[in-house]
Design a protein around this ligand. Structure first.
Ligand code: ADP
Ligand code: MG
Length: 562
């Protein structure tokens, strides 16, 4: 009787779907493993690429973990976390995006049997966190500093890091060529944090080797009028005027209505228009500038006027390019031609218009602030150049990171094997369940060398056994040994310059562990009907629900009971 009088507590809205407990946890783990399986094959220099086409018909070919994850459009709520860590790895360090997803997937895979056997997830989480902490300490301990080297030495060391990143990409065949280009570009911009100071211009056609680096700004020649051909196309140390105004003769009759009583006045109105524009042009010329750029149009009159005075001009320059010219040459963009003082004019060592493929480029090199660099990328198909650009982005980020933190570790799975060995050894000193968990964390780390082998078609078990034996040497001399991607054996990765900045590893291990712990800590997923409809799935399920009458009958029963 008393039980019947108790008010029913309604916590969640009608139609709310909840799943909880062990089954939910296992299902989340499965989803994450499935996601990791997608990017698995892209890891390493012998990794495969993915071709993704969306419903709009855009085709992307990529090897980059973050790009693939972004384009996959994953809907599973738990698996989305992996997309997020790939993205964050991409923005934090730029490389190691496949690694982070793979590690997270593997940590979860190793945790699954424990969860199924009834281990409380919190125990797992605690051990994983400890293992993560120990692993990172170990990376820091093994990291080798490149500080205190001369510029030339530093450059070649940084190029090694860039080459390691590029070796897994489509442009891997030309990794040395691009690595030194990237290093030059990064050194050129110095400590400036703005990534857009390194411009990448894509010009289809030619071969990869036709790509080149401009120590300054380059952009495609803009639309030009008659008279342009007579303008000089090369200057040494020119003054550069940057404008945000139109230098075009406006026929005011289209914009204004003027009433004249005396036809002879008509000429004076026409003259006034011409005077205004001539006055503007005159001021530009008087400023002493030899190159005039404007974000807005520079018409045919102005083009001819400048040509007669040996001045180069370009109108309709893209905002982004104009700003980069300003940053590079030290000029300031003007919105009026009155009072142009010398300080607002920029300069550079050489300005020239050059043919690149079948495009003409305006190139400003030897800029005083030296804070910009432009890589002009050449290559066949569009998708190829797009992927090349993404790969260069990775390499640029890596070089910047390495320059800032200036410590590197051996790649090719060497560092992962070494941490794994260290953790196994450490686990043996622990009494209790934690020993097992740390051991499985250590085992999960081996996924990197194993996958590198698998992707290259080597016998992973064989290589891993060799690596384990090498790393177990008591002298510690085996620590830098990793997978030799060329022969299918093992090699001293460090001595062979397969280098990665240590931040890549630290960040990857941290992010992957965090993600794994986060997923392990979720034991209930609640899906409320509102958020479902927000995703656009509602229509279908609501229809289905109504069809069976399930939704309504459910509520009816509830009411009757009350
Ligand atoms: P991510 O998106 O994680 O950077 P990659 O496809 O770029 O994935 O692969 C990176 C992995 O490939 C790293 O573990 C790196 O050490 C390894 N690697 C890169 N170059 C070589 C090489 N020449 N030999 C062996 N391993 C390499
Ligand atoms: Mg990479």
């Amino acid at each position: 009787m008393a039980a019947m009088l108790q008010p029913q507590i309604i916590l969640l809205k009608e139609g709310t779907d909840t799943s909880q407990g062990k089954a939910q946890l296992v299902s989340n783990i499965n989803a994450c493993t499935a996601v990791a399986d997608v990017v698995r094959t892209t890891l390493g220099p012998r990794g495969m690429d993915k071709l993704i086409h969306d419903d709009k018909g855009n085709v992307t070919i990529s090897n980059d973990g973050a790009t693939i994850m972004k384009l996959l459009d994953i809907v599973h709520p738990a698996a989305k976390i992996l997309v997020d860590i790939a993205k964050s790895q991409d923005s934090e360090v730029g490389d190691g995006t496949t690694t982070v997803v793979l590690l997270a997937g593997e940590f979860l895979k190793e945790a699954k049997p424990f969860v199924e056997d009834g281990v409380h997830p919190q125990n797992l989480i605690r051990s994983y966190r400890t293992a993560c902490y120990l692993a990172i300490e170990k990376v820091k301990e093994l990291a080798v500093s490149i500080e205190g080297k001369s510029l030339e030495e530093k450059k070649s060391l940084l190029a090694k890091c860039a080459a390691t990143t590029l070796s897994s990409k489509l442009i891997g065949g030309e990794k040395e060529f691009f690595a030194s280009m990237v290093v030059d570009a990064v050194i050129a911009i110095g400590n400036d944090d703005r990534l857009n100071l390194i411009g990448v211009k894509k010009v289809p056609g030619g071969t990869m080797r036709d790509s080149f680096l401009v120590n300054g700004v380059a952009f495609k020649k803009t639309f030009s009028y008659a008279g342009f051909e007579q303008q000089p196309k090369k200057f040494l140390n020119p003054k550069i005027l940057l404008l945000n105004i139109e230098l075009e003769l406006k026929s005011e009759k289209e914009n204004a209505e003027i009433r004249l009583s005396d036809p002879s006045q008509y000429q004076s109105i026409v003259d006034a228009e011409w005077n205004i524009i001539y006055d503007k042009l005159d001021k530009c010329v008087k400023s002493g500038a030899k190159v005039v750029l404007s974000r807005l149009a520079i018409g045919d009159l102005a083009t001819q006027y400048f040509a007669d005075r040996d001045i180069f001009c370009a109108g309709r320059v893209a905002e982004e390019d104009l700003q980069r010219v300003a940053a590079a040459t030290g000029g300031t963009i003007q919105t009026s031609v009155n009072n142009i003082i010398d300080e607002v004019l920029g300069t550079c060592e050489v300005f020239e218009e050059r043919q690149v493929g079948n495009e003409r480029f305006n190139i400003f090199s030897g800029c005083p602030s030296g804070r910009t660099a432009t890589i002009v990328l050449r290559g066949g198909a569009d998708q190829f150049i797009e992927e090349a650009e993404r790969s260069l982005h990775d390499a640029i980020m890596i070089v910047r990171r390495a320059l800032k933190n200036s410590t590197v570790v051996a790649g090719g799975g060497a560092i992962d094997m070494e941490i794994s060995r260290y953790l196994r050894q450490h686990a043996r000193t622990i009494a209790g369940k934690s020993q097992l968990f740390i051991n499985s964390y250590a085992k999960a780390l081996e996924v990197i060398p194993r996958q590198l082998c698998d992707n290259a078609g080597f016998d992973a078990t064989d290589v891993l056994n060799k690596l384990r034996q090498k790393h177990a040497l008591p002298s510690g001399e085996g620590a830098p040994y990793g997978v030799d991607i060329n022969t299918g054996g093992i090699e001293d990765s460090f001595a062979n310059f397969v280098w990665e900045p240590s931040v890549v590893k630290i960040n990857a291990i941290n992010a992957a562990t965090e993600a794994a712990c986060l997923i392990l800590s979720v034991d209930e997923t609640v899906k409320n009907p509102k958020s479902e409809s927000a995703q656009g799935e509602a229509a279908a399920s609501a229809m289905a629900g109504r069809g069976h009458g399930g939704g309504f009958r459910g509520r009816g029963r509830g009411m009757r009971r009350r």
